[in-house]
Every structure is written in C-alpha cells, then in structure tokens.
Design a protein. Structure first.
Length: 368
C-alpha cells in the first residue's frame, strides 16, 4: 500500500484530513483520517499526520474491531498448546463480549481499565493477570504488524487481586479420604494426587509402561488434554521440561497399582492407560472434574477441588521436613519460586516453627 499524499478537504462545515493512496491492486483511493469544524484544529491534525508519515509512523486506519482482531490473532497462533489455547479462548470470548465492538485503533487504556474493574473483580489476581497477558501480547503483535501506531497496553497497569490460596487436607483427612474411596474408580487418581502430587492431566496420561514395579518408580512424561480445535483428547509432553520427572512411590501405592492393573486387565484387557473413564476410554480434566465433585458431594466427603489434593501433597511434604528444592522437583515446578509463592501459608508456619526451635535452643538454660 503506497501513500501518495495527505491533505485537507472541506465538505460543508467540516474539514477532513484526507489520505490518498494506491492499493495493492494499483487502484488510487482516498480515505478520511479525521474531521472537525475548526480550521485551526484541522491544520494541527494535518501537520500531525504528515509528521507521522515523514517519521514512518503513519498507519492507514482499517475498519477492524478489537473482537475481530483478537479472534483472528488467537486462531493463528501456533506457539501455544491446546490447554493454553482453551484458556485463552475463554479470555478472548469474555473480552469480545464486553469491548470487542470497539475499533482496534480506537481502543484506549481507559477501555481496558474499565474492563478490568467492571468485569474481573470476581477473579483471583493470578487469573486477572492471564487476561492482562493475553491483551498485552495481542496489542504487541498488532503494533508489530502495524495495525496500530502505539501499544496502549504500555499505559495499562497489571491488575492486582487477592492471592488465591488452595485448600488442603490434613494428614488424617488424607488417610480418611483414601480409605473412603477404596474400590471406587477414584481410589487410584486420588491416591496418586495425595501421595505423589500428580496433576489430573498427568494421571490421565500415565501409561503402564511408565510404572516400574521393581524400583517402585513412576515416570511422568506425558499428559492428557482436551484439544479444542480437534475436538478430542490428545496425549502430549508436559508444558515444561521440569514436568518430566521420575518419582519414587510409597510401597502402599505400588501395591495398589498392582491390584488395580489386575482388575483392569479383567475388565478392559489391553488398556495401556493406568486410569480411564468408566468405559475404559481415555479421559481428561475437562470431564473428570465435574464427575469427581459430584461424587464426593454425594458421599459427604470433604468438598474440595481435585487439584487441592496436589496442594495437600505439597503441604504434607513441606510440613514433614522435605526441603523446598526437593518438593519443587517432585511437584514438577519449572522454578523453585513457583513453589515458594504457591505455598506461602505452609512456609509461614515453618518459619514460626524455626523461630520456636531457635528460641528453645538459645534460651533453654535460662528457663531451667
């Protein structure tokens, strides 16, 4: 697209800043950039657009809404996995429902801030930051590809909110939960979550050839996730290298898996997966979570999310004296800081216990 000239034109009582350009097909076309009733203001606008043109900052406005851009931007991203795509799709849909009709080049920081304040107040700080991350990346790409002449997200603060703290069971409650689920389809996944801290995607993607009954270890290197574009469950590698790990299992867990494998072979012979749905087919978080919550409510079990069983494992490890580096490695966190930020409530308790121990050592004689 070749710009030929930028000039003023008066129509009626309005002044229009016009741009004449040649399209990719070679056709000469004119477009109004802005209009006003003041000759002085019109000349100021004209000078501004000409300055942008001379500095190679001029971008010809396109009739493209924020919603159209975001949807197209997300659908053409090949650098994110199916789980991230599903999460971003929810974010984009909500943004589009609220402010998606605004033209992309007319979106202002106040539009984004109002969206944050009026629509995201119910969400945790971490979830709000996902919305901010999506918008920040989308506008950065829009600027890079010259849809806009500035990135308005540079003027929008990252939203803050109350930090989410997951629930967790005590050691006694954990034992009761496992015993209550004995001989049900949830015994294996709940046991793996509480004792090994596995995510449901890791449990659903675990195959029998990754269970070493001789060394009492499980290798985690595959997860099961829903692929929205393909409308099916797929097996893929974990998001980060840290997610690939070999975990030593308690003997009781190994014995449970041996028993489960024998029972499964009789019901669903040839099944490669350790955990399946009630029909012996692959499952994933998308369908599992609702079924699990309904089950524990029907049986008057602690009303917690399945992911809270992973929090339970982390809390038990740390309170039992496992160092945070080892705990972080077993949980599959890519950075130790993730573990520290997620389990601050446990670390605060450990810090208090450390103070009490120091106090007992230093002042023991004085007390006696």
């Amino acid at each position: 697209m070749e710009v030929k000239s930028i000039f003023l034109r008066k129509r009626g009582n309005k002044y229009h800043v016009m741009c004449e350009y040649r399209t990719q097909e070679g056709k000469r076309t004119q477009k109004s950039l802005c209009s006003c009733t003041s000759s002085r203001q019109a000349n100021k606008d004209l000078a501004l657009y000409k300055a942008k043109y001379l500095q190679s900052e001029f971008i010809l406005p396109k009739k493209l809404s924020l919603g159209e851009y975001l949807s197209n931007w997300l659908d053409n991203r090949n650098d994110i996995g199916p789980t991230t795509y599903d999460r971003y799709k929810i974010v984009v849909n909500e943004i589009n429902a609220c402010i998606g009709k605004i033209e992309l080049q007319k979106v202002l920081p106040i539009h984004i801030n109002d969206f944050y304040n009026n629509n995201l107040s119910r969400l945790s700080g971490k979830t709000k930051q996902i919305y901010h991350k999506v918008l920040n990346k989308a506008f950065k790409d829009a600027y890079k590809h010259q849809y806009i002449n500035k990135n308005i997200m540079d003027f929008v603060d990252t939203p803050k909110g109350k930090k989410f703290t997951g629930n967790f069971l005590s050691d006694t409650e954990s034992q009761d939960m496992i015993q209550s689920l004995e001989n049900t389809m949830y015994e294996v996944p709940v046991t793996l979550a509480i004792t090994l801290g596995l995510r449901i995607s890791e449990i659903c993607g675990l195959k029998w050839n990754k269970v070493n009954f001789e060394n009492n270890t499980i290798t985690i290197d595959t997860i099961a996730v829903w692929h929205e574009k393909e409308k099916k469950i797929i097996l893929k590698e974990p998001k980060s290298e840290a997610g690939k790990r070999v975990l030593t299992c308690p003997v009781e867990v190994v014995n449970l898996l041996k028993k489960h494998k024998i029972q499964q072979a009789a019901t669903f012979p040839g099944t490669e997966l350790v955990f399946t749905n009630a029909h012996g087919k692959i499952t994933c978080a998308r369908s599992f979570h609702t079924q699990f919550r309904n089950f524990i409510r029907r049986h008057n079990l602690p009303d917690i999310r399945f992911h809270d069983l992973r929090h339970t494992n982390a809390s038990i490890m740390l309170l039992a004296g496992v160092d945070i580096k080892t705990a972080s490695k077993r949980l599959g966190h890519s950075e130790i800081g993730i573990t520290m930020n997620t389990y601050t409530h446990v670390l605060a308790q450990l810090e208090k216990e450390a103070s009490d121990k120091i106090e007992n050592v230093i002042y023991k004689k004085a007390r006696n």
